[in-house]
Design a binder for this molecule. Structure first.
Ligand code: 13P
Length: 250
């Protein structure tokens, strides 16, 4: 059975002080969540303090992005090893905001995925179509392209440390969630593709999160879908009580 993974993605929100205060408030609220993996991806400046504050809790801390090189002349960038040292155990890669605003292609995402895994980080790799792509009937084509290109060159064994997050761009921060049926359809397609690429066992074991306007009110119906194994949550992950409700969705 796949263990559900509920992960916050704070994006460019929270100072160090705010991040620490969040964990101090949230850790007790989520301590009793059995059989659920819990994570928070946070801005780089807050990671070390966040990881220190989360130590001994069941909350994993991750980066929101990283570079593919170990070090070098890449002003403004952070390496996978630097995230590890700060206390991260995973990193979110290929988020649509990275693709949209920072020109990240699936080729770049693929280099980052390989580097992060090699450094010892788990990876949440995002995929998802825009509204125009969905309306043009290209959802499967776009999503499968993101997944196949982003994970190109990986071995089936590497997939044990990869989570795929399906985040339709039109549902991110808009309050417009994909219906459970829409999410399930795309998730099932992703799993079929993974089975073709990496074999049925690896595909069956890999977790696929849904992201896009997930809230305490709708997390239950989304999580009830057979191929939805978690949620990647932006806005509703920023308050401890809302985050705890998401984690304790059952
Ligand atoms: P919202 O939950 O704010 O729609 O953001 C989703 C997201 O992009 C998570 O990575």
């Amino acid at each position: 059975m796949r263990k559900p993974f509920i992960c916050g993605n704070w994006k460019m929100y929270k100072t160090v002080a705010e991040a620490v205060a969040f964990v101090e408030a949230a850790r007790g609220l989520v301590a009793g969540a059995e059989g659920v993996e819990i994570g928070i991806a946070a801005p780089a400046t807050a990671l070390k303090s966040l990881a220190d504050a989360a130590r001994g809790s069941n909350i994993r801390v991750g980066g929101e992005n990283c570079h593919w090189e170990k070090e070098g002349a890449f002003t403004g960038e952070i390496s996978p090893g630097m995230l590890l040292e700060a206390g991260c155990s995973f990193v979110v890669l290929g988020h649509s905001e990275r693709r949209q605003y920072f020109g990240e292609t699936s080729g770049v995402v693929n280099k980052k995925v390989k580097a992060a895994l090699a450094a010892g980080l788990d990876v949440i790799m995002c995929c998802g179509e825009t509204l125009a792509e969905r309306e043009a009937g290209k959802t499967a084509l776009v999503v499968e392209g993101h997944v196949a290109d982003g994970l190109a060159g990986l071995a089936a064994g590497d997939l044990a440390r990869v989570v795929v997050a399906y985040e339709p761009v039109w549902a991110i921060g808009t309050g417009r969630t994909a219906t459970p049926a829409q999410a399930q359809e795309v998730h099932a397609g992703i799993r079929e593709l993974l089975a073709r690429l990496f074999g049925p066992a690896a595909a069956e074991a890999l977790r696929i999160q849904y992201g896009g306007s997930v809230k305490p009110e709708n997390v239950g119906e989304i999580m009830a879908q057979p191929d939805v194994d978690g949620a990647l949550v932006g806005g509703a992950s920023l308050k401890p009580d809302s985050f705890a409700k998401l984690v304790n969705y059952r």
